[in-house]
Design a protein around this ligand. Structure first.
Ligand SMILES: Nc1ncnc2c1ncn2[C@@H]1O[C@H](COP(=O)(O)OP(=O)(O)O)[C@@H](O)[C@H]1O
Ligand SMILES: [Mg+2]
Length: 276
């Protein structure tokens, strides 16, 4: 009984819309060119500084690669941006105005920050097309959308995303039958259904074939501009193939930042990372 009452409460339309309106009122201000401003960030776990006075800025439309040895704080950095981990100090702004530290995880998703975790989490028993449909509802638990009629505009967006991630020919295949790489692309497609301003992608090419890696590099590069992206990656060949600005994290700090060819020759970077 209790559960049902709670369920009904959570489904009340007036509440949902009231909630959404307040977050949607927030305007993303990128008039100064940057979409993300992280300053003096600190995160400690059990007294150990995992993020140590970190400053990080991302330009609107940029694709930034973040690399660094295991334990450097890369995933924690994404956790802070998405509200999963709260920093002990510092500030995190999305555009000039949106204070991420005052928003919940779901509010952060609503203002336009999407995250792709390492393991693909697609609905294996549903077709590719249906996965995108479900993602459009904004909430993976909202299944009724499956049975609702799609508007022409919604269908167009699904077709567009199918094209972007290169899965048109597999639209009616069950997601569980896709290769590992195809599942990763589908999940990126699911994120795109929300049309996020900023996409965070954590080690997408682990377990991919070389061909799939090349295709993923193309896909992520093609998303830059319309979206801003932060790509955390361990695979140096992959980062090299993307050839965008790189930030090297080490012990929770920015060790080096710049174009890949310069980064590769930086002796400090070679010491902590490339020579690993
Ligand atoms: N929730 C947590 N509790 C305690 N320690 C954590 C937690 N998350 C990460 N760490 C530690 O923080 C450090 C940085 O981790 P992480 O951000 O995952 O690094 P990376 O993604 O660069 O490999 C590691 O030493 C890790 O063990
Ligand atoms: Mg990590």
């Amino acid at each position: 009984m209790k559960v049902l009452t709670q369920f009904r409460k959570s489904m009340r339309r007036d509440r949902q819309f009231g909630f959404m309106r307040s977050v949607e009122d927030l305007e993303l201000d990128i008039s100064h060119g940057a979409i993300l401003y992280l300053e003096n960030l600190c995160v400690s776990f059990d007294g150990f500084k995992v993020i140590d006075n970190l400053d990080f800025y991302l330009d609107a439309g940029e694709l930034r690669c973040v690399i660094g040895p295991n334990g450097a704080g890369k995933t924690t950095l994404m956790d802070v941006i998405t509200g999963r981990t709260r920093p002990d100090c510092g500030s995190a702004y999305f555009g000039m105005e949106i204070d991420l530290l005052r928003l919940s995880e779901s509010e952060i998703a609503q203002v336009g920050i999407g995250r792709k975790f390492q393991q693909p989490t697609v609905f294996e028993h549903h077709r590719v097309y249906e996965n995108l449909e479900l993602a459009m509802a904004g909430n993976k638990r909202v299944f009724p959308t499956l049975f609702a009629r799609l508007s022409g505009e919604q269908r167009d967006r699904i077709d567009e995303v199918l094209g972007i991630v290169g899965l048109e020919a597999l639209a009616y295949r069950t997601a569980g039958a896709l290769s590992h790489g195809q599942k990763q692309w589908l999940e990126i497609g699911m994120l795109l259904m929300q049309d996020p301003h900023l996409l965070l992608v954590d080690e997408p090419v682990t377990g991919m074939t070389h061909q799939e890696m090349d295709r993923t590099a193309e896909l992520l590069t093609s998303l830059a501009g319309r979206h801003s992206l932060i790509l955390v990656e361990h695979d140096m060949d992959f980062v090299r193939s993307i050839a965008e600005r790189v930030t090297v994290l080490h012990q929770g700090r920015v060790l080096a930042e710049g174009p890949m060819d310069k980064i590769q020759q930086d002796p400090r970077v070679v010491e902590v990372y490339l020579g690993e």
